[in-house]
Design a protein around this ligand. Structure first.
Ligand code: PRP
Length: 188
């Protein structure tokens, strides 16, 4: 059995649940205003964005639909070369639709840069991006961000969709690991 890594006492809260909920409500209100009377399609990038998407869409008060994409990099070297693998493509065409990409975090920018170019080639009516977190200090390629929740420093952040070894996505807040968090467990 896979042993879950679960060290909540070695985490420092960086953005509280209240701060996130307030900001997500603001983003939802702004998006509702900007897309009023338009056909809106949210495209969420799995898996990190699911928690943000679930909250954000409940604050979007205009009719909209949702679709998903999944990506994976081939590894650090190829990612920095801008090569992204599509594990799951959209289910529906986006021609003439107003597409809003939903991301949890933009780091180097390579994933988003690749996705934007790919989706633009399908000729949507418009293409914008909302990201909960912007780790601007790490950017390697310039990508336009239309809606940003919070800027974060160049630190490892987890929670609210973001994982460490696939765990911690369910935390309702964003945290930064303290010393010892990544240590190997002591021998039994
Ligand atoms: C994260 C995030 C973005 C990407 C950003 O996904 O959700 O898609 O990395 O990194 P970049 O700006 O350096 O390209 P990740 O590959 O960790 O997958 P996950 O969402 O399934 O955890």
């Amino acid at each position: 059995m896979i042993q879950p890594h679960w060290r909540l006492e070695q985490l420092e809260t960086f953005i509280t649940e209240e701060q996130i909920q307030q900001r997500v409500a603001e983003l939802g209100a702004q998006i509702s205003e900007d897309y009023r009377g338009k056909d809106l399609l949210l495209v969420a990038i799995l898996k990190g964005s699911v928690v943000f998407l679930a909250d954000l869409m409940r604050h979007i008060t205009i009719p909209h639909s949702v679709d998903f994409m999944a990506t994976s990099s081939y590894g650090a070297a190829t990612r920095s070369a801008g090569i992204v693998r599509i594990l799951k493509d959209l289910d529906i065409p986006i021609l003439d639709r107003n597409v809003l990409i939903v991301e949890d975090i933009v780091d180097t920018g390579h994933t988003l840069n690749y996705l934007r170019r790919m989706l633009l080639s399908r000729e949507p009516a418009s293409l914008r991006v909302v990201t909960l977190l912007d780790k601007r200090a790490r950017r390697e390629v310039d990508v336009p961000l239309d809606y940003v929740g919070f800027e974060v420093p160049n630190a490892f952040v987890i929670g609210y969709g973001l994982d460490y070894a696939e765990f911690y996505r369910n935390l309702p807040y964003i945290a930064i690991p303290k010393e010892g968090f990544f240590d190997e467990p002591p021998e039994e």
